[in-house]
Design a protein around this ligand. Structure first.
Ligand SMILES: Cc1ncc(COP(=O)(O)O)c(C=O)c1O
Length: 397
């Protein structure tokens, strides 16, 4: 029997997604509660967003204090904002080397769209190289840049001049880079593609190639940024030169907010009016982002993620050794982890059983169970979630 909430949503919400039978009313930390008071561990963090947990008081305080002062005063407007200036100072100190100019937005797709648009404009070139199985958003230009047929084919004709190469394949990348290419857009780890971790040299090699050929490198850290994989940014590696960096999801812990950063060299080639947006850099988002990033830094969440990620991955690897026919791969970095199961039905059955037992999970690409909880998850909470997952998986097999 559907509750009233479910009946109303099913009646009026555009029907893009299937739902479970669960209605979530509130959350705290890594937990959420449904309308009947049942508690769940949330291993999705609202799709990798609530990095410092649900209902973190730090966010509530930032929201209420800023809402009492001023909500809207965009960076597309004609006036300055103290809280935006504070956030700019903080972010400019933690960005990967060379990136120093920022602009804000409200979603990952929006800032990727802006990066692609501006890379084309500044370079005077048209082609954009992306990778197979990548995900960069659902606007028409970012769907065009996304390497998954399911997000592209229905929307033909897409934007022209997007080229695709297999991820983690330098030969293919070298072949596709010609003087017509404006930019390469790349995730440091493919999240939506099934948590695909490239070789350690891959980013550096792509960056070197882009530098040699005068092609911009757009790094999409929408999913991997803000300590999701341990470091503040997964692409902040020795020898990796980034021209555009895009950020969203964890940047404001759940408040819709995003940013892109560029080098001084790129910014010098922007012209007045090249970009903007009504809500860009609104003080409310800036205040929340400031609070979230400070929290990540002050509490060494990156260190915690590294340690928790290593232990969790080791645990998942032991399950694979126990039953290699059921679990065919485990992978990931920090708290962006995945295990791959042998069959789609097993993944679906296990996810449903987890939900019944109080764990919310996400299955990607049919057989990949993705684990990306709040970065503040404790060892006990992780153990509790893993115990539910293991029982569900091993009984689904
Ligand atoms: C790597 C990456 N880029 C872009 C996006 C799109 O972000 P948004 O849903 O905020 O538009 C996502 C969303 O999952 C993502 O994982």
């Amino acid at each position: 029997m559907k509750t009233n909430t479910q009946a109303v949503e099913d009646r009026y919400l555009a029907p893009f997604f299937d739902r479970t039978h669960v209605t979530i009313e509130r959350g705290e930390g890594v937990y959420v509660w449904d309308d009947a008071g049942k508690r769940y561990i949330d291993f999705t963090a609202g799709w990798g967003v609530t990095c410092i947990g649900h209902a973190n008081p730090v966010i509530t305080r930032a929201l209420t204090e800023q809402a009492g002062k001023i909500i809207q005063n965009p960076n597309s407007g004609v006036t300055y904002s103290p809280v935006r200036a504070e956030l700019l100072s903080l972010l400019s100190g933690i960005l990967p080397q060379g990136l120093c100019r920022l602009f804000f937005g409200s979603s990952g797709a929006e800032v990727n769209d802006a990066a692609i648009k501006l890379a084309r404009k500044v370079s005077g070139r048209l082609n954009v190289v992306s990778t197979e199985q990548s995900f960069h958003g659902r606007t028409i230009s970012t769907a065009s840049a996304t390497g998954q047929a399911v997000h592209r084919e229905k929307f033909n004709p897409l934007m022209p001049n997007y080229l695709f190469v297999p991820y983690n394949n330098m030969e293919a990348m070298a072949r596709v880079i010609t003087p017509e290419v404006a930019a390469v857009i790349l995730e440091p780890i493919q999240g939506e593609g099934g948590v695909i971790v490239p070789d350690p040299q891959y980013l550096r090699n792509v960056s070197g190639l882009c530098r040699d050929k005068g092609v911009f490198l757009i790094i999409d850290e929408v999913q991997t940024g803000f300590c999701r994989t341990g470091p503040m940014f997964a692409s902040a590696q020795e020898g990796v030169h980034i021209d555009f960096l895009t950020m969203a999801k964890g940047i404001a812990g759940g408040f819709p907010f995003a940013a892109f950063a560029v080098t001084e060299e790129v910014a010098a080639r922007f012209e007045k009016g090249d970009h903007g947006g009504t809500f860009c850099g609104n003080p409310l988002g800036c205040a929340v982002s400031l609070a979230v990033v400070k929290y990540l830094l002050d509490n060494d969440i990156g260190g915690h993620v590294r340690r928790m990620g290593e232990k969790t991955l080791a645990e998942l690897a032991s399950w694979q050794r126990e039953n290699p026919r059921l679990i065919t791969a485990v992978r990931g970095t920090g708290l962006l982890l995945a295990l791959q199961v042998a069959e789609k039905e097993i993944a679906e059955e296990a996810a449903a059983a987890c939900l019944d037992r109080g764990l919310i999970l996400n299955v990607k690409q049919g057989t990949v169970v993705r684990l990306f909880p709040a970065l503040t998850i404790t060892r006990d909470e992780m153990r509790e979630g893993l115990a539910i997952l293991k029982a569900a998986l091993f009984s689904a097999a």
